[in-house]
Design a protein around this ligand. Structure first.
Ligand code: PLP
Length: 414
């Protein structure tokens, strides 16, 4: 086994390439990219549930293994359904390469293993997905890779945190849960001036609302578990970027270490991508409506939503982010008892930490997703005891409001 470069599938064009369309729009790419129809003439994308692939001869097997002839060998390396998902997502993010992974965390791990070594350092925004912080602090540190944290929107702090060993800057924008944003174009310029790569976790926006590579970022990672699936069914992830770093370095880790995506999950995500643009528009519209309604409720002290004019980085909506996204956070009066009261009074919303589902979910970050942080760390991230996060699904807005109104009525007003 000598080759570790993701095989190029260009010799086998999909229907979109064959159509000769030179600049297909986002929705067209989301529906049409990546499916190479087989001799059966199937209309829907097939699921290739096979662990290995058969060769015509010993010589062909040898040519495949050496990389001389492109094609499938084993599903840890490539699988046509997984490849279709990778190509479709690459076409949406505008990247040269995409590698699918078993989960969002596997995507982050593969980036770190592929691009970093002992002695390297990375700088990350303080408000990160909890497992990402744990991966950096508990596991990367064991291999001599250090991490420094800074406030997401404070560009001077990013600059100050970069040292001679820093290789990567890592951020999520908007952040979880209070939807803070950073100017990606400026952060990418800063990264490149200091010889670092910018990695963006684009889980909250998806390429339907934000394309970090077009803004200068070097790599994008996804938890496909969230909006790319869109209906809370499967766990998966992806890494996107240029051919050398993603198609070679990150792909090499995946095919060797093994946290690759299953064909069934890839198929679910493929179908999810077809409706991504419609869903993200609907999630954003619902969240914008809910944010404005919450801001008018007496029990609510503050609403965090990028689409609202009182959001500190509101100016970035329309510049780097098309729409506010589906996540709304809000502080209620009455601290933890107040917040838990609102959550416990819901009958329709799901009390779960997942997001990006058609079903609206509600979470108390201080005692769940961010419960491991110290009170000081939570305060630094703006996560108070009265904070509630809602990931707005696709139900009717009035029904979501009615479900929240029951608990909000119990709160001390101001
Ligand atoms: C869920 C999530 C992850 C991790 O993804 P998994 O698929 O659960 O491994 C990473 N980043 C963000 C922003 C997430 O929401």
């Amino acid at each position: 086994m000598t080759y570790t470069i993701q095989p190029d599938l260009e010799p086998f064009p999909d229907a979109l390439t064959q159509s000769g369309s030179t600049r297909p729009g986002f929705a067209t790419r989301a529906v049409r990219t990546g499916h190479r129809r087989t001799h059966e003439g199937e209309h829907g994308e097939p699921i290739f549930t096979t662990s290995s692939f058969v060769f015509d001869s010993a010589a062909e097997a040898a040519a495949r293994f050496s990389g001389e002839s492109p094609g499938n060998i084993y599903s840890r390396f490539t699988n046509p359904t997984v490849r279709a998902f990778e190509e479709r997502l690459a076409a949406l993010e505008g990247s040269e390469s995409c590698v699918a992974t078993a989960s969002g965390m596997a995507a982050i791990l593969a980036v770190c293993m592929g691009l970093l070594q002992t002695g390297d350092h990375l700088v990350a925004s303080r408000s990160l997905f909890g497992s990402t912080t744990l991966l950096f602090n508990k596991y990367l540190s064991r291999f001599g890779i250090g991490t420094s944290y800074c406030d997401l929107s404070d560009l001077a702090a990013w600059d100050a945190a970069i040292g001679p060993q820093t290789r990567l800057l890592f951020c999520e924008t908007p952040s979880n849960p209070i939807t803070e944003m950073v100017d990606l174009r400026t952060l990418a310029e800063l990264a490149h001036r200091r010889n670092c790569l910018l990695v963006v976790d684009n889980c909250f926006c998806t390429p339907a609302l934000q394309r970090p590579l077009e803004l200068g970022a070097d790599l994008v990672i996804h938890s496909a578990t969230k909006y790319l699936d869109g209906q809370g069914r499967c766990v998966g992830g992806a890494v996107l970027g240029d051919r050398k770093r993603v198609g070679e370095e990150v792909y090499g880790v995946l095919r060797t270490a093994g946290p690759t995506l299953s064909p069934f999950n890839a198929w679910v995500f493929l179908k999810g991508l077809e409706t991504l643009e419609l869903r993200m528009a609907a999630h954003s519209q619902g969240a914008a409506g809910l944010a404005d309604w919450l801001a008018a409720q007496p029990g609510v002290a503050h609403v965090y939503y990028p689409g609202r004019a009182d959001h500190p980085q509101h100016h970035l909506v329309g510049v780097q982010q098309r729409g506010g996204g589906g996540i709304v956070a809000f502080d209620v009066h009455g601290g933890r008892p107040g917040a838990w009261g609102v959550i416990d009074a819901t009958r329709l919303l799901s009390i779960t930490a997942n997001l990006g589902d058609t079903k609206t979910t509600i979470t108390h970050p201080a005692s769940t997703t961010h419960g491991r942080l110290t009170p000081e760390q939570r305060a630094a991230s703006g996560i108070g005891e009265g904070l509630i996060r809602v990931a707005v699904g696709l139900e009717c807005l009035v029904d979501i409001q009615a479900d929240l109104a029951r608990g909000l009525a119990l709160l001390p007003g101001q």
